[in-house]
Design a binder for this molecule. Structure first.
Ligand code: GDP
Ligand code: CA
Length: 328
């Protein structure tokens, strides 16, 4: 069984960790893992150069979470790391002092940058980094080309997404998101195949605008999602009218979508009508939206979707697979 996940950072990583726990029970390989093959296609639109190193926030969150090294309280960064280097760099007045890089995290960025300077693609560098963590998934960047999400502010300036998000906490009025480098970009090796040849394709509770939206914007990706024979199931990142973490509501408002589970489903759209999903899982807190979506032709279910720990995330994955079983 092949499953493919289109992921941003924390939401996608926690979902995938739960999915792996579920698969280890359902399709055990006898060694604590699963015989199922899980491929994660990561958003790299948040990537940036900082202090001379290439930072890939979503790839790193996935790698640390699935490799068992994440700082659980944050959902990103390495457990037990200090900030001595980042703090000291600030004294030189360089970089972004509001963007903290933990010392162990910095080792990842140094290693990646070295590999890129040796001429490796981001995909090849990611394979190299992932080996160390014995990841139970195949981790693919969405593209080997640099595609960086920027925010066009009300006064027409372009601000890197991470600056808008981390420094300004999405408070700078935004006109639109611009993916710099998108036009010449192509999907990384294996991305289109992982979508086309999957038995199940999942859009986890990731940021629908800048995480999943950016992956889908890579030329060719949306088309292969539309055409794959795999059922495509999405999970709402909005619960009871609010993001679970972060400022997804502001991202949605920028593209004119309400911060509601049903509105996010309609934004993705049903494949039967030119969209990207076949089914939608929303939280039990939003169960009152089920009849409306069902009336529009959606296969939709409500379940607890708060991924407070690994068993809870496994429960979300189980609800996704129950929806898959109900699809023709
Ligand atoms: P980022 O790159 O770290 O911002 O992470 P993602 O793009 O993967 O996902 C962020 C989104 O996941 C946020 O908008 C949250 O609303 C959503 N999210 C985070 N944790 C949970 C959770 O436990 N349950 C649900 N349903 N959504 C979540
Ligand atoms: Ca991200």
């Amino acid at each position: 069984m092949k499953l493919t996940v289109l992921s941003g950072g924390v939401g996608g990583a926690r979902f995938t960790r739960g999915l792996l726990a579920l698969l280890a029970q359902r399709l055990p390989d006898g060694a604590g893992g699963t015989t199922a093959q899980v491929t994660v296609i990561a958003n790299t639109g948040d990537d940036l150069w900082l202090h001379g190193v290439r930072v890939c926030p979503d790839l790193d969150t996935l790698m640390y979470t699935l490799g068992g090294a994440v700082e659980e309280s944050q959902g990103w960064g390495r457990r037990d790391e200090s900030r001595r280097v980042s703090d000291d760099l600030a004294h030189y007045g360089l970089g972004w002092e509001w963007f903290t890089l933990g010392d162990l995290d910095l080792a990842t960025h140094l290693a990646r940058t070295e590999l890129l300077r040796q001429g490796l693609t981001l995909s090849a560098a990611t394979v190299h980094l992932a080996q160390r963590w014995h990841l139970p998934v195949r981790l693919l960047p969405m593209s080997d080309d640099a595609v960086e999400t920027h925010v066009e502010t009300a006064d027409g300036q372009l601000v890197h997404f991470e600056e808008w998000w981390v420094r300004w906490r999405a408070s700078l009025p935004a006109r639109r998101f611009v993916q710099v480098g998108l036009n010449g970009a192509s999907p990384a090796p294996g991305v289109l195949e992982a979508i086309a040849e999957a038995d199940v394709l999942v859009v986890p509770p990731s940021n629908a605008v800048v995480s999943v939206g950016t992956i889908l914007a890579i030329p060719g990706v949306r088309e292969v999602v539309a055409a794959t024979g795999a059922p495509v199931v999405g999970v709402s990142p909005i619960i009871a009218g609010a993001p679970v973490r972060g400022m997804l509501d502001t991202c949605l408002a920028t593209i004119g979508v309400a911060a509601e589970a049903a509105a996010v489903a309609r934004h993705y759209g049903r494949r039967a009508q030119g969209g990207v999903l076949d089914a939608w899982l929303l939280d039990t807190a939003d169960a009152d939206a089920v009849p409306g979506l069902a009336g529009e032709g959606w296969l939709v279910a409500a379940a607890p979707t708060l991924m407070t720990d690994v068993p809870a995330a496994a429960g979300v994955a189980e609800a996704v697979l129950r929806l898959v079983d109900r699809l023709p």
